[in-house]
Design a protein around this ligand. Structure first.
Ligand SMILES: [Zn+2]
Length: 332
């Protein structure tokens, strides 16, 4: 089972938070694990992406030291292994970890270190996706993210992404950043069609995105659906998160069945294990229940996930074999 859309800062284990806060010299309002979990989770009355993103403030306050970043990635791999995942692409924005003087390059180096130790100790495979951030004062930070991604590409880093407030900062404003990524042959993913409409997804494709984070609003544009199908663009769907940010109004409006019927390759992911209070297995179960999906259909989604990974073909073959063998027992 693979998770391709998983943010590090939104997936910190609440059980590790006190320790991480201590490592960073930050005091938390409580040491009770249940209370900490509540601080990290999105409120049930969340109405949009911007409110959802507020839940990242505390994790980001903690993740400002080398040791903490390394520890967080390592511990996430432990959690993913415990949940039966065989591969994950973990994303984070190095520019959000520089508040106490750490450089983007150091942040990525430490995250890779945590990744390598986790892979060795837990056997789950993983790579990093580096997020550029939507904003209007961080152009040079985004360029630095691209530079650092090139530096570590194939050595723990597999792609770059664009994350943040899609409604406030339109995709087209980041064209020159992703020109740089393409020039350097770094694979591009973009969060689009989550808090903005189909045009944002079209723009993301123009900027070279080979996968779209969410892409839910593509459902409103028949011609765009055709393009996604023809170009074999994978959608990284994150059901619980998409409901929490009100990407769709009601669960029954979630377009996963229509995408599949139209021949668009969908994948199922968590987005943020802690903020969305979910797990990958839970996401599959929720979709199975809501849309009456067969085990075979769900397995096909897991196999789409393998096709969408940034891994060499021989590694994909190994993952496919494992999913074919283990999916039935994993999904129970
Ligand atoms: Zn995301």
């Amino acid at each position: 089972m693979v998770d391709l859309h998983l943010h590090l800062d939104g997936s910190l284990n609440p059980g590790n938070m006190s320790h991480m806060a201590q490592m960073s010299g930050i005091s938390l309002p409580t040491t009770d694990e249940k209370e900490i979990k509540k601080l990290l989770m999105v409120e049930p009355d969340c109405t949009n992406l911007s409110e959802y993103l507020e839940k990242f403030e505390l994790p980001l306050r903690v993740l400002q030291t080398e040791a903490c970043l390394r520890y967080a990635v390592y511990e996430l791999l432990r959690d993913l292994h415990d949940e039966g995942l065989c591969y994950a692409e973990i994303r984070f924005a190095p520019q959000l970890h520089t508040a106490r003087g750490m450089s983007q390059e150091s942040a990525v180096r430490e995250a890779i270190d945590g990744l390598r130790c986790g892979i060795e100790d837990f056997g789950v495979r993983a790579q990093l996706i580096l997020c550029c951030m939507r904003g209007d004062k961080n152009h040079s930070d985004n360029l630095e993210t691209i530079r650092v991604a090139e530096r570590f590409l194939g050595q723990g880093v597999c792609a770059v992404d664009l994350a943040g407030n899609e409604a406030a900062y339109p995709t087209e404003s980041f064209a020159d950043i992703f020109d740089e990524a393409r020039k350097r042959r770094i694979p591009v993913i973009i969060h689009a069609g989550e808090a903005a409409g189909p045009d944002s997804i079209r723009k993301a494709l123009e900027l070279g995105a080979v996968r779209i984070g969410h892409g839910i609003h593509a459902i409103e544009d028949e011609q765009l659906m055709h393009i996604l199908r023809e170009r074999n663009i994978f959608l990284e769907m994150c059901y619980s998160s998409n409901l929490q940010t009100r990407t769709v109004d009601k669960a029954e409006d979630y377009p996963i069945r229509q995408f599949i019927q139209e021949g668009i390759k969908v994948t199922v992911n968590t987005d943020n294990v802690t903020v969305s209070n979910t797990t990958l297995r839970r996401e599959y179960h929720l979709l199975q229940k809501q849309f009456d999906m067969t085990e075979e259909a769900l397995k096909q989604i897991a196999l789409n996930g393998v096709d969408a990974t940034f891994l060499p073909e021989e590694d994909k073959a190994v993952l496919r074999e494992r999913i074919n063998k283990e999916f039935a027992s994993w999904i129970k």
